[in-house]
Design a protein around this ligand. Structure first.
Ligand SMILES: [Zn+2]
Ligand SMILES: [Zn+2]
Length: 142
């Protein structure tokens, strides 16, 4: 596992008087190895293969911890489950979500990023983060 990420988690955990347990480490490791936009259920099933005794609640709580410590980005594409991706491994991107099959396409357009900055500047607004989700139908579903 990347030492930088375990360091971030460990310092967050000690600042908040929590304990870094073996199970939390396992969840972090599995999370860092998984694909983007994983749901809690999907991550739970991945973790179960190495840690058969782990409970779904532990996976839930650890993901919440990863989100609070800044290691995970939480997203909600309106399909009833939260999805997560690593904020360290991933370069900033936006999402197109197919409302039929759930396919997620990542994109990044320099002009969109630039115009957002310009609009913010015009409004004397400082952007600290943004999310852009486009919903519609992918090629297979049109
Ligand atoms: Zn589709
Ligand atoms: Zn993504």
């Amino acid at each position: 596992m990347d030492s930088k990420e375990i360091d971030v988690l460990e310092s967050y955990i000690s600042q908040n008087n929590l304990k870094i347990t073996k199970q939390r480490r396992t969840v972090l490791k599995a999370f860092l190895e998984c694909k983007n936009h994983i749901s809690v259920e999907e991550l739970y099933h991945t973790v179960l293969r190495v840690e058969p005794k782990i409970g779904l609640a532990t996976v839930y709580r650890t993901l919440a911890l990863l989100t609070k410590s800044g290691l995970a980005l939480e997203m909600d594409f309106g399909d009833g489950q939260k999805r997560y991706e690593s904020s360290y491994r991933t370069v900033h991107h936006d999402h197109m979500v197919c409302t039929e099959c759930g396919k997620i396409i990542e994109f990044n357009h320099p002009l969109i990023e630039k115009y957002q900055e310009e609009i913010a500047k015009e409004n004397s607004f400082k952007i600290t983060s943004h999310k852009l989700d486009l919903f519609g139908h992918c090629l297979d579903c049109t």
